[in-house]
Design a protein around this ligand. Structure first.
Ligand code: NDP
Length: 485
């Protein structure tokens, strides 16, 4: 599978002939070699997207919608293949991969319909005989750069609204997990979208991603990934005043109030902490429990965490709770954060090490880990751990709990469990995060905007704001003559 570059409707190998190997993080086994695109390949892809822009942007929305729906019919026919590849390259249990692929197709279908509903507005001028029309028009060529944790889904969040708006794309899937995303993006080509509307390049992030960001052809950068790379992209984009949507890191707090229903809060906290091995930007990073319920919550949560099943074969065990970490670097961060907390006095209730059974020997595994006796300056209380780790701390008043939750550079998601409406509203207003879940552990809904405050990013994906992010707003002011003129 070395012809992984789709440039102007042609499948190609890299112009240098170079490839890189994608491995299974659960076993270390090689899965596939894919092309390592060069700067020249990237420039060709950008040029193809630029040439396709007049064709795609001027196509009636109804026709764009038809092709996008057709693409998802193509993809759904390959859903099994894509899901299995996703489990192999990422390690997540198969049921999670299937869910991701299905949801991604839903996102495209949702925005396909929206491409028929793009409308502006108009008004009469209030200084003489003028009338104004507000037009929404596509921004142009989009550079879409995505991470490995949801390589299909996070691509859909960009392609869906961008294609619906009339933008054309150069897409760069992540090097750790490019295979399922390539099948997804390929479906647009196979469904008959004009050549150059969706171009796919794989390869080194700083090299080809850097070219996608800095080349003047791209007018918008849609990026999900680390805060560090996001800041670099924002700096480069600023030099050419390009539009950016940046979905970056998070350190989501999970607040359990004294009146919370623990039968709901414990399993919901568990799922949002450990699913995808804690490698989700909205994963729970820190749990805060009101003191009266602290011991009860910690005991029940630790007990449940100790029973989670970690799989070394997500295809054979599709409903396992979690798989491996994606990379050795990610695993090392988790180890460092746990060691740091331990050295500063945290007590480990569960986990705190990699599993030792033989089936885990060649993979990048870490056990579900629960800690108490936390201090605010421990690394995992400040930084994004991005792993299967749950530190639990106590708070007294609601104000104190919210202050602890806000005590991080990030602001993507926050969760509050309470049965009191006043508490819920107060917390929703005071928490500094772009998404607040009240008695629900997922802030994602196709119709609702998703994005972060502070170091978690700029802009919103999904919902109407997710579509607006791919359009320019143009004011057309028209002076008309009256019969006497
Ligand atoms: P990166 O931000 O490095 O990678 C995300 C994407 O950006 C990948 O496609 C990558 O390509 C590409 N990229 C890397 N450098 C550049 C660049 N200079 N210009 C343009 N594109 C670039 O994240 P990592 O995968 O290295 O993960 C590191 C940490 O980031 C994680 O441990 C986690 O803390 C956080 N993260 C957050 C995510 C979120 O959902 N918000 C998702 C993933 C990571 P390539 O894969 O080829 O390097």
């Amino acid at each position: 599978m070395t012809e992984t570059l789709l440039i102007n409707g042609q499948w190609r190998a890299s112009s240098s002939g170079e490839t890189f190997t994608v491995t299974n993080p659960a076993t270390g086994a090689a899965i596939a070699d894919v092309s390592s695109a060069t700067i020249a390949d990237t420039q060709a892809a950008l040029l193809a997207a630029e040439n396709a822009f007049p064709i795609w942007s001027e196509m009636p929305g109804r026709e764009r919608a038809r092709l996008m729906h057709r693409a998802m019919n193509v993809f759904r026919a390959k859903l099994d293949e894509a899901s299995r590849l996703l489990t192999q390259e990422h390690g997540k249990p198969l049921n999670d991969s299937i869910k991701e692929c299905r949801y991604s197709a839903d996102v495209i279908d949702f925005y396909a319909d929206e491409s028929r509903r793009i409308e502006g507005t108009h008004f009469s001028g209030d200084m003489g005989p003028t009338h104004s029309f507000i037009l929404k028009q596509p921004i142009g060529v989009v550079a879409a750069i995505t991470p490995w944790n949801f390589p299909v889904d996070l691509l859909a969040w960009k392609l869906g609204p961008g294609l619906a708006a009339g933008c054309t794309f150069v897409v760069k899937p992540p090097s750790e997990a490019p295979l399922a995303a390539t099948i997804f993006a390929r479906a647009f080509h196979e469904a008959g979208l004009p050549p150059g509307v969706v171009n796919i390049i794989t390869g080194d992030g700083p090299l080809i991603g850097g070219e996608m960001v800095t080349n003047p052809i791209s007018r918008k950068i849609a990026f999900t990934g680390s805060t560090r790379t996001g800041i670099w992209i924002a700096e480069q984009a600023a030099k050419q005043l390009k539009a950016v949507t940046l979905e970056l890191g998070g350190s989501a707090p999970f607040i359990v109030c004294r009146d919370a229903d623990l039968d709901i809060a414990v399993p919901e906290a568990l799922r949002r902490t450990f699913s995808h091995t804690g490698q989700i930007c909205i994963s729970v990073n820190r749990i805060f429990v009101q003191r009266e319920r602290f011991n009860e919550f910690a005991e029940r949560f630790a007990d449940a965490a100790s029973k989670l099943h970690v799989t070394a074969d997500g295809i054979a065990e599709p409903d396992a709770d979690m798989g491996p970490m994606i990379s050795a670097a990610g695993l090392e961060t988790v180890r460092q954060h746990v060691d740091d907390a331990r050295e500063r006095g945290a007590k480990i209730l569960v986990g705190g090490a990699s599993p030792t059974e033989p089936q885990y020997a060649n993979g990048l595994f870490y056990l579900p880990t629960v800690l108490v006796d936390m201090q605010r300056d421990m690394r995992m209380m400040q930084e994004e751990t991005f792993g299967p780790v749950a530190p639990i701390a106590a708070f007294d008043s609601l104000e104190e709990g919210i202050a602890m939750a806000n005590d991080t550079p990030y602001g993507l998601a926050a969760y509050v469990y309470t049965q009191d409406l006043d508490t819920a509203f107060y917390a929703a207003r005071k928490l500094r995060a772009g998404g607040i879940g009240i008695n629900v552990n997922d802030i994602t809904d196709i119709r609702g905007p998703f994005g972060g405050m502070k170091m978690s990013g700029i802009g919103r994906e999904l919902g109407q704001p997710g579509l607006d992010a791919y359009m320019e707003t143009k004011h057309v002011r028209y002076r008309y003559r009256t019969p006497n003129e």
